[in-house]
Design a protein around this ligand. Structure first.
Ligand code: ITT
Ligand code: NA
Length: 199
């Protein structure tokens, strides 16, 4: 059966395909771009979980197929959890990863290494056309570098150094990142739920 990945973020789609395939999910995974007639939902939620559910329900309702969605972001302790749910549009332009990262680095320029703790967070939601919903979350804690380094991954990966590592997420291989990431944790937790509800 077909399972829609309710996202247009290419970096997420790449990671989700690998995470869900590694977990043995047998479904035919199709990105939201396969349904261009379905408009993007307004992310009006105030939590990652609310926004992930909004995105999953919009695709499931419009297509009559089960959908999973990811809402995620970077939460910086010294900024009270910002950018958080605003991570994709922190600089004002939705999806401008480079501008978002540069603005955040500028805002943290005077913050020393003992106060640069942060974590990536991901909510993974499943919605069925009949309105059934489930959502689970995952986190990856780390510290923020002063300069970006590494070319793998996407978004804020070049500045987040996971706890226990000497390199950034953008210096990890896709397999290494998925093994410890917020997204890997959340979607591996969602897989048994998908199996239970979809068979
Ligand atoms: P969709 O809503 O279509 O899924 P989006 O990019 O708008 O795509 P979000 O609202 O969930 O998705 O924003 C997520 C942002 O958080 C993303 O643009 C990145 O800047 C950041 N982010 C999330 N996961 C990340 C990761 O694994 N590595 C680096 N940055 C990440
Ligand atoms: Na969001």
């Amino acid at each position: 059966t077909r399972l829609i990945l309710a996202t247009r973020n290419a970096g997420k789609i790449t990671e989700l395909r690998a995470i869900l395939a590694d977990a043995g999910l047998p479904h035919d995974l199709v990105g939201a771009d396969a349904y261009p007639e379905v408009p993007d939902v307004k992310e009006t939620g105030v939590t990652f979980a609310e926004n992930a559910l909004l995105k999953a329900h919009a695709l499931a309702r419009a297509t009559g197929l089960p959908a999973v969605a990811d809402d995620s972001g970077l939460c910086v302790d010294v900024l009270g959890g910002a950018p958080g749910i605003f991570s994709a549009r922190w600089s004002g332009t939705h999806g401008d990863d480079r501008a978002n990262l540069q603005l955040l680095l500028a805002q943290l320029a005077d913050i020393d290494d003992t106060h640069r703790a942060a974590h990536f967070a991901c909510a993974a939601a499943l919605a069925l056309p009949d309105g059934t919903e489930r959502v689970v979350e995952g986190r990856m804690p780390g510290i923020l570098r002063h300069e970006p380094i590494g070319t793998n991954g996407f978004g804020y990966d070049p500045i987040l150094q996971p706890d226990g590592y000497e390199v950034t997420c953008a210096q990890l291989s896709p397999e290494e990142k998925n093994a410890i990431s917020h997204r890997g944790k959340a979607f591996r937790a969602l897989v048994p739920v998908v199996r239970e509800l979809l068979g």
